[in-house]
Design a protein around this ligand. Structure first.
Ligand code: 2RA
Length: 337
């Protein structure tokens, strides 16, 4: 029979998506333990024909667990992931706590599954799930990197509310209603109106003028590709969209590459769907990508600012909660079996 599984942070947006994805993919767990803070402990969750009681997360929670999916914030991961690993439980962590740690694989299954070499269920260890905007970008760019060698990547993101959690999604809906009704705007999550607005990503600013979200795109890409010299810059923006990120990406390559070759490579790429209908001016939208496994790519075109054929522009949409978090983590867990 399959591994015993635990979900840490089951009441959050990603925790809830873990349950949906595990069921969709018929993940072969033998037992499922739902863990959350004392505040949620005792609540029951009806799921997949069973009734589960949420247990309080403690240091003793992992002795009988083979794989634990974490999505309860960095501080919970920092404290409990090492405890779980020491108890022989293999952790797949959705937080940023260990992504850049030496010896911790940072994995997108379609991109760098080999990074999981030597890691398996029930043997301990921590595997880090990359940041959602990194996953969505690299699902589309990696096939092109393999085709013609990316030398420089410029990313502008248009990030959904879900990346800031269920509370941000709820506030976007509330503010939109308030704005349409001409009522005062409720502002609990962000220090400015979100409905009918957009703003620089809410992650903390760092010393070089980039925010943490932008630096994650840079550093995580270098680690996942194992190529620290690739030039990367990013601008991350929060936009009033519910749960799918959109990203505009400009690429410079080491070698010539045509639009046709790029589309051919993308058409063969696992986890990628193409919407690229110039005649109909029809390209990916966040609503195309919402609740879908694949990332959606379009607007593939030669970069006309260059004198050569070594530049491409493209546009990508991907579900932040699904492929950006829960699906990617469950796909990692599948590779641990
Ligand atoms: C965001 N990447 O979208 C973050 C979520 N972890 O804000």
């Amino acid at each position: 029979d399959g591994p015993s599984l635990a979900i840490v942070g089951v009441t959050g947006a990603v925790g809830q998506e873990f349950l949906r994805v595990l069921k969709e993919r018929d993940f072969p767990y033998s037992n499922l333990k739902l863990l959350a803070s004392a505040r949620s402990a005792g609540r029951t969750v009806e799921w997949d024909g069973g009734s589960y009681t949420i247990e309080e997360l403690t240091e003793q929670s992992f002795g009988d667990v083979d794989i634990a999916l974490f999505s309860a914030g960095g501080s919970i991961s920092k404290k409990f992931a090492p405890i779980a690993s020491d108890a022989g439980c293999t952790v797949v962590d959705n937080s940023s706590a260990f992504r850049m740690s030496e010896g911790v694989p940072l994995v997108i299954p379609e991109v760098n599954p080999d990074a999981l070499k030597g890691v398996s269920a029930g043997k301990g260890g921590i595997v880090a799930n990359p940041n959602c905007s990194t996953i969505i970008a690299l699902m589309a760019v990696t096939p092109l990197h393999r085709l013609a060698g990316v030398k420089r990547m410029v990313v502008s993101t248009y990030q959904a509310a879900s990346g800031a959690g269920q509370a941000a999604m709820d506030e976007l809906e509330l503010q939109t209603r308030e704005a349409l009704d001409g009522k005062p705007i409720t502002q609990n999550i962000f220090p400015f109106q979100y409905a009918f607005n957009l703003f620089s990503h809410n992650s903390p600013m760092t010393g070089n003028g980039y925010n943490e979200e932008e630096m994650k795109m840079v550093k995580e890409t270098h680690k996942i590709w194992g190529e620290p010299d690739i030039a990367i810059t990013a601008t991350c923006i929060r936009v009033p969209i519910m749960r799918a990120h959109a990203e505009s990406i400009n690429l410079e390559f080491e070698r010539d590459v045509s639009e046709e070759e790029a589309l051919e490579a993308l058409s063969k790429a696992a986890g990628v769907s193409i919407i690229n209908d110039r005649a109909a001016n029809r390209f990916p939208t966040p609503l195309d990508a919402s609740n879908q496994d694949d990332v959606y790519v379009g607007r593939v075109r030669r970069d006309i600012s260059r004198p050569d054929s070594r530049g491409l522009d493209l546009f990508v949409c991907g579900d932040q909660i699904k492929k950006g978090a829960a699906l990617n983590a469950v796909q990692i867990a599948e590779l641990l079996l």
